[in-house]
Design a binder for this molecule. Structure first.
Ligand SMILES: [Zn+2]
Ligand SMILES: [Zn+2]
Length: 296
């Protein structure tokens, strides 16, 4: 598992790599543009070359680009959908230039009408963004389910993927906090195992492209997206440890988005905690009869 962190891209993507290295990451996630502005970033050749050089010299193996939160492919407003299409397409092109594993996207939210109509609108925008770009996958992220956000169930993720054409570039990103908040009980290794079985049945494990490991301040089924530092929320040490050692997640980038234990961005101490949890989880899984509780 390529554990990593969401880091700032200030100063260019090579700087983001340096921040990942400082923190002991094997993967990083960045926004490819200011999260509160529509202005897309196009990386020039120098920036791309510096980024590639930095990646090669590092232990990092994966980059994820998170589409900005302004994007709402399901909006009833055609102008907002058009802006979302432009932004998402720019993210996918940036992902191709930087050879990202994928662009992670919250498909959007429906304010008024039924989720079927919202899914159809979102799927059409996603399909078009894929048609207007090449060389980078799109990972639809499961959501906590607040305010009509699409992707709160595996069935909705599957419907979005199918509606967007079901092509090979369409994948999924599972966020541990959002899973818990939307009602999937992943607080133990056994519970997580059943949820991964269900994901495989409904969406297909071959679609799983990336992971977010965040603990949750809000309880199971609360539909609230409130991240906690690893081990300090409702998932707790046991839930985070299980997520970080799930065998079917092997090889995937798994990013902690924060806030960290210091209450802000992800720091080296948070990555050290994550790597320790993973080691503990692997140990517990190799001794099935030993007590699963961590002695951290
Ligand atoms: Zn996200
Ligand atoms: Zn979240």
């Amino acid at each position: 598992m390529l554990i990593g962190a969401h880091v700032s891209p200030a100063g260019g993507p090579a700087k983001a790599v340096a921040r990942g290295v400082e923190r002991g990451c094997r993967a990083i996630q960045i926004f490819n543009q200011s999260p509160r502005q529509w202005k897309p970033t196009v990386y020039d050749d120098d920036k791309v070359a510096a980024y590639k050089e930095a990646m090669e010299a590092s232990d990092l193996e994966a980059l994820l680009i998170h589409a900005v939160y302004l994007v709402n492919c399901a909006s009833e407003d055609p102008e907002l959908r058009a802006k979302s299409l432009t932004s998402l397409t720019a993210s996918l092109r940036a992902g191709a230039a930087l050879k990202a594993v994928g662009v992670v996207l919250h498909a959007g939210s429906a304010l008024k009408d039924s989720s079927d109509a919202a899914i159809a609108r979102a799927a059409a925008v996603i399909k078009e963004a894929l048609a207007e770009s090449d060389g980078c996958d799109l990972h639809l992220e499961n959501t906590a389910g607040a305010g009509g956000t699409l992707g709160r169930t595996f069935e909705e993720l599957a419907a979005l993927i199918e509606g967007a054409g079901g092509g090979k570039r369409l994948g999924a990103c599972l966020d541990s906090c959002h899973l818990l908040a939307s009602g999937y009980d992943i607080r133990t290794a056994k519970g997580l195992g059943k949820v991964v079985d269900e994901f495989d049945r409904v969406v297909g494990l071959e679609r799983l492209g990336s992971l977010h490991v965040n603990d949750s301040m809000a309880p199971l089924g609360s539909n609230r997206d409130r991240h906690a530092a690893l081990g300090e929320g409702e998932l707790g040490v046991e839930g985070c440890t299980a997520f970080l050692s799930e065998p079917r997640f092997e090889g995937l980038p798994c990013v902690f988005e924060g806030p960290g234990t210091a209450g802000e961005q992800v720091e080296p101490v948070d990555m050290a905690i994550a790597w320790r949890m993973r080691a503990e989880g692997l140990r517990a899984r190799s001794q099935p009869r030993a007590k699963a509780r961590s002695r951290r």
